[in-house]
Design a protein around this ligand. Sequence first.
Ligand SMILES: Cc1ncc(COP(=O)(O)O)c(C=O)c1O
Length: 399
Amino acid sequence: MFLSEKAKGISPSPTLAVDSKAKQMKSEGYDVIGFGAGEPDFDTPSFIKSSAINAINEGFTKYTPVGGIPELKKAIADIFNEELGLTYKPGEIIVSNGAKQCLYNALYCIVNPGDEVLIPHPYWVSYPELVKLCGGTPVFVPTYEKDDFKMKKDVIEPLITSKTKVIIVNSPNNPTGSVYSKKELEDIAELAIRYNLFIISDEIYDKLIYDGEQHISIATLGKDVFDRTLIVNGVSKAYSMTGWRIGYAAGPEEVVKAMTDFQSHTTSNPNSIAQKAALEALTNPERKKAISSMVEEFSKRRNYMVERINQIPGLSCIKPKGAFYVMMNISKTFGKKIKGFEINNSTDFAQKLLENYMVAVVPGIAFGTEDFVRLSYATSLKNIEKGLDRIENFVRDLV
Ligand SMILES: Cc1ncc(COP(=O)(O)O)c(C=O)c1O
């Protein structure tokens, strides 16, 4: 009765909803295999935890500068320099409570009511909701399994209008795991320059890339692109630090200053202790080893999952090059029945799989598509084997 129109328009995060339903069933004693997770199942490396404990013991428990402590900003600048060859000044970097807050800060500071924001579809669940919260209109750029779910220039261009202000690029991508090549990013950059669009490049999965593939940031493709791009990243995925809530963004000083001012009134600085932990994550020489062992494990699981799925009649998937998700094509199961119930969409599939076979997956409709469900391989190989055995039985039992 008291809710604003804005609040009424927000949908809860469907990926978190599936995950919590699976967790609830588990806590009630059901043997549920969860493929819903959006976070690495590994523990935060101990060198990172120790630095947080030290920060507490040393009393680093007060407000910090809004946009992050200077030494963390420096570490972030050094990483951008080392990994992408990009130079950012402290005023061009902001640290926030997760990459998600960076995205909200950015969209709030860039989008005017009615502005259109181009979003790759299937989309990460929060992009359209954040755009709507900022008064903008999400415009989806369809991508297709046959193109490895990547945005193509000839599909993007007709969607650009006089109201288009921003294009979101997300490579490696959630939910599809696709990784853009230099040529594909050049095509997007060319359009952004020609139509004067701002680019938000969400690179949160940049470390989780397989088969020797290289992460390329669109911001590295020339000064014209650099000047109109905000890179968003963070420590959540690469360092198993989802709960610590540290993300960061780098881009034009004017935008970053506005984001910092906005943050000063919403959440102030990100958690002081987590900032120290993030500093350790980004500077400790052990970081590379920690990342490569995680990537190696993810790669094994991905190979197994993709192979198994493609052996199950009626299911298929392409082999994603990054992140930790597989989009499983379930469209051939539509029209079939389980215990008299006909499966007609991704929610039917996910619900019946969970109810009858205790496997949690995320229905594709959460990402705007019905033909798929998303499986996360951020769970042990043993769980993946067991879960896929059950999925195989489920599909076999469909009549
Ligand atoms: C594409 C994408 N961007 C951003 C985020 C948010 O990350 P953080 O935990 O840093 O807020 C996620 C988390 O799931 C994500 O998948």
